[in-house]
Design a protein around this ligand. Structure first.
Ligand code: GUN
Length: 307
């Protein structure tokens, strides 16, 4: 059939990340002194440990002075607030990153509110969210900012397009919708209570999946030729789930039989490859951009604060 793609173009997040890191490195080399980023990693959550390690590695690549504080998992909200206040008043720290999720006894909202908005390289503080919502962004959440970079650097037009975002989290869904709106897309935000979710998603020229459920978005959600950005990172351990998600990828099923786990996004990989005009794979799509945008935000925070 004419006009319907056989297989979508892969939007290579690793390649785009490397481009951005090279640019950031140059930008830092021209500064009077390198920006400083401090991560706070509470407890031993294995996924968080990997994320923070990768963030610190990127700092080294671009020339950001980085440090990781590792309080134990039984920390209280008050103790964590004290750490954040110390970082707020430390002039050598340009960026503060409190890795989420925090342990259940800690009041996450209170901790995020305590971060100086000028050092909030995650863009999670209500002041930064408010700036974004009113169209004057300062520090923007990294994953949503990465989605826009992928589209722009892949020459995919946004203005005038129908964009559908599945998921309304403060970290991804809401800021992604605001950024797409700033780029003049017509934006719909969907969530667990959306009526006839597949039909709404089928309107999308640009479909963003940020739900946190492995391979939930299947062919009935995807308009042929749509651009699909898959923010999900789900670890599957159930054989039936893996067989359903990777029905088009026997090699992936074989690897699962050896390892006992498989990584999948929120979108069914085979359906996305077959129906989209372009898509971000998992892994190697959106994930690498989150780190690249964190580096960009750290430089931006340093410049804004130091003038
Ligand atoms: N946990 C999952 N994603 C993120 C992120 O972008 N920033 C922080 N701080 N924690 C996270």
């Amino acid at each position: 059939m004419i006009g319907i793609p056989v297989s979508g173009r892969i939007l290579n997040g690793n390649q785009i990340r490397d481009e951005i890191l090279a640019e950031v490195k140059q930008e830092i080399a021209a500064l009077a002194y390198p920006p400083g980023l401090t991560a706070v990693l509470v407890g031993e959550d294995p996924a968080s440990q990997i994320y923070v390690r990768n963030k610190m590695k990127a700092c080294e690549t671009v020339g950001i002075r980085s440090k990781t504080l590792r309080p134990s998992a039984d920390i209280t909200t008050e103790q964590l607030l004290a750490i954040v206040r110390d970082l707020n008043s430390d002039d050598s720290v340009d960026g503060i990153l409190v890795q989420l999720p925090l342990p259940p006894q800690v009041d996450t909202q209170q901790v995020l509110l305590a971060v100086d908005p000028a050092k909030d390289v995650d863009g999670f503080h209500p002041v930064n969210m408010g700036a974004l919502a009113t169209g004057a962004p300062q520090l923007v959440p990294c994953t949503p900012a990465g989605l826009i970079e992928i589209l722009k650097r892949s020459d995919i037009p946004i203005a005038g397009k129908q964009a559908v975002v599945i998921g309304r989290s403060n970290i991804v869904g809401k800021p992604a919708a605001l950024l797409l709106l700033m780029e003049n897309a017509t934006v719909t935000i969907c969530h667990s209570r959306t009526a006839d979710l597949p039909a709404v998603c089928r309107q999308a020229d640009i479909l963003v999946a940020a739900i946190g459920r492995g391979a939930m978005v299947t062919r009935d959600y995807i308009k042929p030729g749509a651009v699909v950005l898959d923010v999900g990172m789900n670890r599957l351990t159930d054989a039936a789930d893996v067989e359903r998600a990777f029905s088009a990828h026997p090699a992936k099923i074989a690897r699962f039989r050896e390892k006992g786990t498989a990584l999948v996004g929120d979108v069914h990989p085979g359906d996305m490859e077959e129906l989209s005009s372009a898509y971000t794979p998992v892994p190697g799509g959106v994930g690498p951009l989150t780190i690249a945008m964190l580096m960009k935000n750290s430089v931006r925070a340093a410049k804004l604060r130091r003038g």
